[in-house]
Design a protein around this ligand. Structure first.
Ligand code: DGY
Length: 332
């Protein structure tokens, strides 16, 4: 059997390195079309290890994932033959794009296909946080439920509440569409105001900070960059109505954990539904002890259908670049 770090015997076909185990159908297509280097044990590889594997295999393309730390050093260490870095994610914050640009690497992502799954998880978080699902579930598992009472685990009703969305791209719009079905009114802030047919009556706020005062529920949908790091800090949380609910399906680094935890303790935030964390998987331990945090392990896109679609989309991009065509989802 070929060691994963060596170029396979079948050199007639381009070599594609998959950094993680991917759904069977995606691996089957990769292996059908390429000399695919898989990661059957699904080891977490450092950026240096990815570069080393790519060099050992003589990779022409790398299909990487959110969580792979492809910093400048890792990108510099990639072998010269690598033409494309196709990430199995919409987010690209794990890749040093400037370093990739300097190397002349094409970087692609997987937009669109995870919109619905991520919006569904945002609604799950809104509902779970508002209706104290985590506390209820833990009560039952701990065999601590003594029976129905009129005042037990009373949460927040969503109908008539104001949902503030920061970042009204595809996912933000899909969240708005779902939240309307729960009777929520939509406010949003975005770099550009949406046309009326997409806005669908939502109130636009050019300044996200100024919108905070009207957010009974705040849902974050903007990318993690150096500028957005810790955007939601203590000062901005204080602008929310007391007892607001925070939901984050974007990236953990856009909130300041200490400030969110302090607000969950003080009641400034009634609850938080979080699917993403700074320094995943080592999230701030303070979240675990809070009764009013509803926590998921980055499940936004985790449906079979979506993960297969993401893999196929990443392979479509690799196919295009290796065939000398423009990648459909070129980020840079
Ligand atoms: C993404 O695509 O960026 C997600 O966070 C991973 O599903």
């Amino acid at each position: 059997m070929t060691s994963p770090a060596q170029r396979p015997v079948d050199t007639a076909r381009p070599v594609v390195l998959l950094t993680r185990r991917l759904p069977d159908a995606v691996e089957a297509r990769a292996s059908r079309d390429y000399a695919a280097i898989l990661n059957p044990a699904d080891e977490t590889l450092s950026g240096a290890a990815i570069a080393e594997r790519a060099a050992g295999a003589g990779a022409d393309a790398v299909l990487c994932c959110a969580g792979d730390r492809l910093d400048a050093a890792a990108i510099a260490a990639l072998p010269a033959g690598v033409k494309v870095l196709a990430t199995f994610s919409v987010g690209t914050d794990h890749i040093d794009l400037e370093a990739a640009r300097a190397r002349g690497l094409t970087v692609t992502n997987t937009p669109d296909v995870l919109t619905d799954a991520t919006a569904d998880i945002a609604l799950l978080l809104i509902l779970g946080a508002a209706r104290r699902a985590s506390e209820g579930e833990r009560m039952i598992r701990a065999d601590a439920w003594t029976g129905w009472t009129p005042t037990q685990l009373m949460g927040t009703h969503l109908g008539g509440k104001r949902l503030g969305i920061i970042g009204m791209g595809r996912i933000g719009q899909a969240v708005a569409q779902r939240a309307r079905a729960f009777g929520m009114t939509i406010h949003y802030s975005n770099r550009k105001r949406l046309p009326a047919d997409l806005e669908q009556g939502a109130a636009y706020h050019a300044d996200p900070e100024a919108m905070l005062a009207v957010c009974d529920v705040l849902s974050l949908h903007f990318p993690a960059t150096a500028e957005t790091r810790h955007w939601l800090n203590a000062e901005r949380i204080a602008r929310l109505p007391r007892g607001a609910i925070l939901v984050n399906t974007a990236r953990g680094s856009v909130v300041e954990d200490e400030a969110v935890i302090a607000a969950l303790r003080s009641g400034q935030l009634a609850a938080a539904g979080l699917d993403v964390f700074e320094n995943e998987p080592k999230l701030h331990p303070g979240y675990r002890d809070l009764p009013n945090s509803f926590l998921l392990p980055h499940l936004g896109s985790a449906t079979v259908e979506t993960r297969c679609a993401m893999g196929f989309r990443a392979l479509d991009n690799i196919d295009a670049v290796l065939a000398g065509r423009e990648a459909p989802d070129r980020v840079m």
